[in-house]
Design a binder for this molecule. Structure first.
Ligand code: GDP
Length: 302
């Protein structure tokens, strides 16, 4: 399957729901009266696009109907334009310096940090980079094992601590190893933590401080991994994490299993953080750079 098709397939659940509902409302009310517009807004908010984006789409539709009449307006194409307009900055996949780029992956439990670390290491290895992984989720023996298995499968070296080891000291060792091996990228898989738990957030800050001491300016990227199936919960996670550890971007995982893919828009709209990648499955190559135009087209295909 080509990249664009994968993207479309991943967002199919969200798209089908939107397309079905929008077509029903538009065909049932060719003049789109106030009640139908409200119903449309409800559908957009239901796909977790967020109030701001939903209202802008509705305003564009209303304006279109007022100036061109129902014949000249395509609701889907207006929605695509509005969505693509939300993401108006070009996305840089990852920081690219002369030496080692260190990327820390953070987020709550189960969002896909370990899997995404492996997918990223694979992606940048396939692009010709030397990549390494650091298993800093020392709270869960299974997480360390899981990353080691990915490393073996993908032929990417993994620096791991033992169960219960200090995550900051594992990160420290991993940075030394990555520098010694002249790696281009080190991906640090951190433990899942609730953004509401202050001690765990402090531990994450410590890990980043230790990395910065070893390699000034690092981590160069702090990516929040959010699970698309959690809808608007992801927005509150993003808000809180960003307050404590300034994020450089987001990766939205499990877009393949949700009808709430619109939350990507709501998060970007509020926090203006770049969505760097999206996860569209469980395999190593089921990770794609986020492309706003493709995303808008996949979401509002008519
Ligand atoms: P962590 O606790 O944040 O490290 O999460 P894991 O990486 O262990 O992932 C939790 C589960 O989500 C695993 O079963 C993964 O295979 C699955 N997963 C991760 N990313 C994706 C994705 O993009 N799509 C789907 N369908 N599953 C994913």
């Amino acid at each position: 399957m080509g990249l664009v098709d994968k993207f479309k397939a991943g967002l199919r659940a969200t798209q089908e729901k939107l397309s079905h509902e929008i077509s029903r409302i538009v065909s049932g009310s060719p003049k789109l009266d106030q009640e139908s517009l409200e119903e449309l807004e409800f559908v957009l908010v239901g796909a977790d696009l967020g109030m701001g984006a939903a209202q802008r789409i509705i305003s564009a539709i209303k304006e279109g109907y007022e100036s061109q009449g129902s014949g000249g307006v395509n609701v889907f194409s207006l929605a695509r334009q509005e969505i693509a307009g939300v993401f108006n900055q070009p996305v840089v996949e990852l920081h690219c310096g002369n030496g080692l780029t260190i990327v820390s992956l953070v987020g709550v439990n189960g969002t896909g940090k370990t899997t995404t670390s492996a997918k990223l290491a694979h992606r940048f290895q396939m692009n010709g980079g030397k990549t390494m992984l650091a298993a800093c989720d020392t709270f869960r023996a299974a997480a360390v094992e899981q990353l080691k298995q990915w490393g073996q499968r993908l032929d990417v070296p993994v620096i791991a601590g033992s169960y219960g080891a200090d995550p900051a000291s594992v990160a420290h060792d991993a940075v030394i190893a990555a520098l010694a091996r002249k790696a281009d990228y080190l991906f640090i898989d951190t433990a899942g933590r609730l953004h509401t738990k202050n001690n765990l957030m402090a531990e994450l800050e410590k890990l980043h401080r230790v990395v910065d001491k070893q390699e000034p300016g690092a981590p160069h990227e702090v990516l929040l991994i959010v699970d698309a199936t959690t809808g608007m919960n992801a927005l509150s996670q993003a808000r809180e994490f960003h307050r404590v550890v300034p994020l450089t971007g987001l990766v939205v995982t499990k877009l393949d299993g949700t009808s709430k893919g619109g939350m990507v828009v709501a998060i970007h709209d509020e926090l203006k953080l770049p969505i760097k990648f999206v996860g569209l499955g469980e395999q190593a190559d089921d990770l794609q750079p986020f492309d706003p135009t493709q995303f808008a087209e996949a979401l509002f295909a008519d």
